[in-house]
Design a protein around this ligand. Structure first.
Ligand SMILES: [Zn+2]
Length: 295
């Protein structure tokens, strides 16, 4: 999808979501640099893979797309996994926490350098990677990182901590009202965080059963699709779990806004009762696995 955005940008010479401040607005919200935009529509549940890769390789901010100082802020879940695998300026983290649903006290805010981040438990290499990586906090950093909404996290977001001009100053329109107080935690934010957490657990549980989910880009796309569905369930929702060329297995809505695993294999010309039975059993087992993650 984001490749289409790049194609459109090349064709028209217009960047629909340029780097810098203030951020362009979509749906009344400031748009992060790594959110894909196509034909005037912002795809909030997705990520511009090319730009996230650039953020990682060139140490750019995921919100404004500008260069970062050595020390940056990151948001991670309580397992230490980054919510989005790139750093943020202080002002940009503040903006995200102020406007983004889903950023909640379940999350950790950490001030890190590259050396504090890990990929699959290993320090980040300087060697350019072909695709973007999942990042997590080093164990000692995770252990000391405060939760979002606590006074310690609010202190990390205080402007005077970084008198250096490296971080861009938020424009007055973006300056949140409650810098001195810990951000108000709204119920909807809590719910969105629960959805994101559940989506992550579902993808982790299904990854051993679907090779494609071991690819970080695919895993992130599926996670975001689940999160978006749970926020606004609709009957026609589905997301493919195996390769798009097969598309034999998908997540679909279940009763009570739950999700289930469905086999959508084209029936063979000659009915195959054994295969049908096997698919049915796999559907049930994987659905049970997915729904267990909700507890
Ligand atoms: Zn920034």
């Amino acid at each position: 999808m984001w490749r289409l955005q790049d194609d459109a940008e090349r064709a028209t010479g217009v960047d629909a979501c340029p780097a810098g401040w203030p951020r362009p607005q979509h749906d009344g919200l400031p748009l992060p640099w790594i959110t894909p935009v196509l034909d005037g529509v912002a795809y909030w549940a997705q990520i511009h893979g090319g730009r996230l890769l650039a953020c990682q390789r060139e140490w750019l901010c995921q919100v404004c797309g500008l260069g970062l100082p050595a020390q940056v802020l990151v948001l991670a879940d309580t397992d230490g996994e980054l919510v989005t695998d790139a750093g943020l300026h202080r002002g940009c983290a503040l903006l995200s926490l102020t406007v983004c649903e889903g950023l909640s006290p379940r999350l950790l805010l950490a001030e890190v350098t590259r050396a504090d981040l890990r990929h699959k438990g290993h320090p980040l290499t300087e060697r350019p990677e072909a695709g973007w990586q999942r990042w997590e906090l080093a164990p000692q950093v995770r252990a000391s990182a405060p939760r979002v909404g606590t006074p310690a996290a609010a202190r990390l977001l205080e402007p005077h901590r970084h008198p250096s001009p490296a971080a861009p100053a938020p424009t007055p329109a973006h300056r949140p009202h409650a810098v001195k107080e810990p951000p108000m935690i709204r119920r909807s934010e809590q719910r969105a965080a629960d959805h994101a957490h559940y989506a992550r657990r579902v993808v982790r549980a299904l990854a051993p059963h679907f090779d494609d989910l071991t690819d970080p880009t695919t895993a992130a796309t599926v996670e975001r699709s689940i999160t978006a569905y749970l926020a606004e369930p609709f009957d026609g929702w589905e997301v493919i779990l195996d390769s798009p060329s097969l598309a034999n297995w998908r997540l679909k809505p279940d009763t009570g806004h739950r999700i289930r695993v469905a086999c959508t294999r084209m029936p063979p010309r000659t009915p195959d009762a054994v295969q049908e039975q096997r698919d049915l059993e796999r559907e049930r087992a994987l659905t049970a696995l997915v729904q267990e993650q909700a507890s």
